[in-house]
Ligand binder design. Structure first.
Ligand code: SAM
Length: 250
């Protein structure tokens, strides 16, 4: 049936594609993708040959409109280079335009580096905040981390190998005393999960410069010593045990 099919693809291990994703890629009329070379390789591996169109959210409005119009009588799959489209990847403008034009949209779940890293990390995961990539510039990075300092959940960042130790140093400063985990090359031959404190991890990765793809996770803030209510209770108890002269500050 015509419409937009959002299709998750593997994040490294080509086995991580669902039966439904293969079926949709096989039946669709064409594939909108970030990079036709990357998607071409995946399709070739699956023995599928389809027209491909390059798409990103910065593509000319005209091109997007044409793509949306084509979906009135064609089934188009949207994929990104790896993982789930829209998770730090293009597509949301296309989804919005399709919806505005009454084009059916559906999404096929599959691999996602953030969720895979969270599962592997051993950090608390009843709630988590996916924070995408940290900004490149020092000041913006620091401000972002300061904003996140009070968030009481595990934080998940996408990271690049050359920036890893810089980000760890910024985390050590803005979010002290946090458990951290580095998830590298997930689902691939050299998959690694390295937990630790930021300074220990900095020392390790300075001695062993990281390669490949990385998700950086930061555990929630340590338990507060006392909630405001508990602190008030402690203060009240302390005052009660003081002699009246002491309490009056004499
Ligand atoms: N849409 C993708 C997803 O669902 O995971 C993420 C796309 S984002 C542009 C690329 C980033 O995802 C990389 O810089 C890295 O942080 C992370 N990533 C992707 N594949 C990974 C892997 N196999 N191992 C670790 N991190 C990965």
């Amino acid at each position: 049936t015509p419409g937009l099919y959002i299709v998750a693809t593997p994040i490294g291990n080509l086995g991580d594609i669902t039966l439904r994703a293969v079926d949709v890629l096989r039946r669709c009329d064409g594939v909108a993708c970030e990079d036709t070379r990357v998607t071409g390789k995946l399709l070739k591996h699956l023995g599928i040959s389809k027209p491909m169109w390059r798409y990103d959210d910065h593509s000319e409005h005209r091109d997007r409109t044409r793509l949306v119009e084509s979906m009135r009588d064609r089934a188009v799959a949207l994929v990104s280079d790896a993982g789930t489209p829209m998770v730090s990847d293009p597509g949301y403008r296309l989804v919005n335009d399709c919806r505005a034009e009454g084009i059916p949209v559906t999404a096929l779940p599959g691999a996602c580096a953030a969720v895979t890293a969270l599962a592997l990390s051993g950090l608390p995961n009843d709630r988590f905040l996916f924070a995408g990539f940290l900004p490149n510039k020092d000041k913006a990075r620091r401000e972002t981390l300061e904003e996140l300092a009070d968030v009481d959940t595990t934080l998940v960042f996408y990271e690049t190998a050359p920036r890893l130790t810089k980000s760890l140093a910024a985390i050590a400063e803005a979010l002290p005393n946090r458990n951290v985990a580095v998830a590298r090359e997930l689902t691939k031959l050299h998959e690694e999960l390295r937990p630790g404190l930021p300074h220990g991890l900095i020392a390790y990765y300075e001695a062993h410069p990281p390669k490949g793809e990385i998700v950086l996770l930061v555990g929630p803030p340590p338990e507060r010593v006392a909630s405001p209510e508990y602190a008030e209770q402690l203060l009240a108890d302390a005052l009660r045990t003081l002699k009246p002269s002491q309490a009056a500050g004499q």
